[in-house]
Each structure stands twice: as structure tokens, then as C-alpha cells.
Design a protein around this ligand. Structure first.
Ligand code: ACO
Length: 333
């Protein structure tokens, strides 16, 4: 088998739109601050009081991808599900998605690599397909952040950034040399694990989460924003140059770069670092905020529906996230 191609994509976000002005009601913040620092205008959050998990969003995204591919659930041979907000601590969210898709018996794997999870998942899917282990792999990124954010002023540096959503990509084999996934590069540096993290529940504590933890707000994400920024704007361009170099390509060959939608300022710095034109870089963070593992497949689905990419174009994906983790992929779409 020569390689792995994208068969079709789908995405889904909740109907509930939460604007920056809505957040002004909940915490000491402003539309101006949020837009200037992050580029986010609004995000989607699941409705309050309903038990909607990432796997519910992923199910709809998957159904949309299947419809475009003219395939059915039963055509999927394996599921890879990237998320930092699984429906439950265990089992993995991929098992919940498998059940909701009405599938039984196929492999279901969770990837816990945060904003880089989709690219880590792509690397595994590519290996499975190339080796013939599985023919058609469903790779999803799905998140429900809104139920885990500190929406008081204490948590405003983090909570204004994140949104809920899901993206799904169906991957399958291609016989054509130079088609599909040309390469994926991945990296991580655990020295920074606590610069973007959620402390509890944690199995190192006994019990894993107690009322004192909750009072201190340790169940909410904590971020050293400037450290994340400084590393992201170096690691993402570095990964892009590496994956292109390995494929014998240069930045001028890129038709579309879809960076993880972390923050508009990070995307702009990545674009500058790679000296790319505006039309070579995709951004939709203004509409959805940062949806971590879902951001790349959600953006890819939207870019395709806007006609930003044709078959044969060079697509580059890049991510940076908690861990710290990062990666890039070059794909002849
Ligand atoms: N509204 C209003 N004021 C706020 C808010 C808010 N939502 N959040 C923080 N502030 C205040 C701070 O309390 C601080 O006040 P002070 O000066 O009185 O102490 C002031 O704004 C400036 O805070 P800084 O943290 O210095 O703000 P900065 O300009 O660095 O912006 C930000 C913060 C946007 C998080 C920035 O560090 C950044 O862009 N970091 C990148 C991290 C990021 O985008 N992560 C995305 C998620 S991780 C990922 O996907 C890889």
C-alpha cells in the first residue's frame, strides 16, 4: 500500500452561541480584551443541564463525514478518538462513540495528547493503514470544555479561550505514490507538563478529588499563558519546516496551512515565522474559540466546505499543546 488518504471530513458544534459579551456577565472581562489577546469573538458551548459529551458531538461529525463519503458506519474498521475532555475518566471516549455509532467489535483507541492529539492520532492511523492492519480508520477530535471551565473572574485567562466541538476524518488507503499523508512529525517536552494542565482528579491523590481541591479550583485548567505562547510560536513553525523538509518540499508549496486554532496571535506569529501569505493560512478561531483536539479537523472540514483546498493540493497541519506536545503533517490532499 502506498499510503493513507483523506476520504471525507465532517464536523459538528453545539447550537448554543456564547459571545464575549455574554462572558462579560459572568466575569470581569471585555469583548475588546478577548478579541485583542485571542481573536475569539464567540464560541459554542453545550447547553447547560443536559448530559452531552464529546462523543455525542463526534457522532454527528462522523455521520456527516460518512454521508459525504457515501459510506456507512459498518465501513469503519477502527476508531481513534483524540480528546482532553473524555465523557468519563474511563473507559475511553472512543468506546462511547463506537456504541453510539452502533458498531461492535472494532478497535477503539483514545489519544490523550491535548491540542496535538489529532496529529498523534493521524500518525497512528497512517501506520495502521500503511501496514494493512485496518483499511478504513475514523479519526475524530472532540471536546466539551465548557463543563470544566472556571467561568468566574479567577479563571478568566483560560475560560474565555475554549469552546466545544468535534471534527471527524475518514482515512483510507491509496495506491498512488505521492498521494495522501506524506509525513507526520511529533514531539513532546514533559518539563512543561504543569504549565498547561488540570491537577485533579488525579490518581496520585487519595481521594482523587476532595472538597479542599475544589475550593482551591484545582479541578480547572491552569495555564502559564506567556510560556505557552513563546513555545508554540517556535515549535509549530519548526515542525512544519521539518515535515516539509523530510518530504523534499518547501513552504512555497503549501496551498493551505491549518494550524491548531490556539489563539489568533499564535497563528499570526506562525504565519510570519513561515513567511506565508494570508491565503495560505486558515483561521476560524473567531467563531469557535480553541477546541483543542477538535480544532484541526473542525477547521479542515470548514476549509473544504469553503473550497479552500482541491484534490492534489498540499495541505499542512500543525499543532502545539499541553505536555508540551507538538507536531505537523504534510498531506497531498
Ligand atoms: N479579561 C480581562 N483581563 C484578563 C483576562 C480576561 N479574560 N485574563 C487575564 N486578564 C488580565 C490579567 O489578570 C492581567 O491583569 P494584571 O495586569 O492586572 O495582572 C492582564 O489581563 C494581563 O495578563 P497577561 O497574562 O499578562 O495577559 P497577556 O497579554 O499575556 O495575555 C494570554 C494572556 C492571552 C493567555 C496570553 O498569554 C497568550 O496569548 N498566551 C498563549 C496561550 C494561549 O493562547 N493558549 C491557548 C490554549 S493552549 C493551546 O491551545 C496550545
Amino acid at each position: 500500500m502506498a499510503g493513507t488518504r483523506i476520504i471525507a471530513t465532517g464536523s459538528h458544534v453545539p447550537d448554543r452561541v456564547v459571545t464575549n459579551v455574554d462572558l462579560e456577565e459572568l466575569m470581569d472581562t471585555s469583548d475588546e480584551w478577548i478579541q485583542q489577546r485571542t481573536g475569539v469573538k464567540e464560541r459554542r458551548w453545550v447547553p447547560e443541564g443536559r448530559e452531552i459529551g464529546g462523543s455525542d458531538l463526534a457522532k454527528v461529525a462522523t455521520e456527516r463525514a460518512l454521508k459525504k463519503a457515501e459510506l456507512e458506519e459498518g465501513d469503519i474498521d477502527a476508531i481513534i478518538y483524540a480528546t482532553l475532555s473524555p465523557d468519563h475518566m474511563f473507559p475511553g471516549a472512543a468506546c462511547f462513540l463506537q456504541q453510539k455509532l452502533g458498531l461492535k467489535g472494532i478497535a477503539a483507541l483514545d489519544i490523550r495528547n491535548q491540542c496535538s492529539g489529532f496529529l498523534y492520532g493521524l500518525s497512528i492511523a497512517d501506520a495502521w493503514i500503511r501496514t494493512g492492519a485496518y483499511e478504513r480508520v475514523l479519526l475524530v477530535g472532540a471536546e466539551v470544555h465548557s463543563t470544566g471551565l472556571d467561568i468566574s473572574t479567577r479563571g478568566r485567562d483560560v475560560s474565555v479561550i475554549f469552546g466545544d466541538g468535534a471534527g471527524a476524518v475518514l482515512l483510507g488507503p491509496t495506491d498512488k505514490n505521492g498521494d495522501g499523508v506524506l509525513g507526520v512529525t511529533l514531539g513532546a517536552d514533559g518539563r512543561y507538563a504543569k504549565d498547561l494542565w488540570v491537577d485533579v482528579p488525579g490518581s496520585i491523590y487519595h481521594p482523587q478529588c476532595d472538597p479542599a481541591h475544589m475550593t482551591e479550583g484545582r479541578q480547572y485548567p491552569q495555564m502559564e499563558g506567556s510560556k505557552v505562547f513563546k513555545h508554540a510560536v517556535v515549535k509549530m513553525p519548526g515542525a512544519v519546516r521539518r515535515v516539509l523538509g523530510d518530504a523534499g518540499l518547501g513552504t512555497e508549496d503549501i496551498r493551505l496551512l491549518i494550524p491548531h486554532q490556539a489563539n489568533l496571535r499564535i497563528t499570526e506569529m506562525v504565519q510570519q515565522g513561515l513567511r506565508l501569505r494570508d491565503d495560505q493560512v486558515f483561521s476560524n478561531i473567531h467563531k469557535y474559540g480553541n477546541t483543542t483536539a477538535a480544532s484541526i479537523p473542525l477547521a479542515l472540514d470548514e476549509a473544504l466546505s469553503e473550497g479552500r483546498l482541491e484534490r492534489g493540493d498540499l495541505l499542512v497541519l500543525a499543532a502545539f499543546g499541553a505536555g508540551f506536545t507538538w507536531g505537523a503533517a504534510a498531506i497531498r490532499y
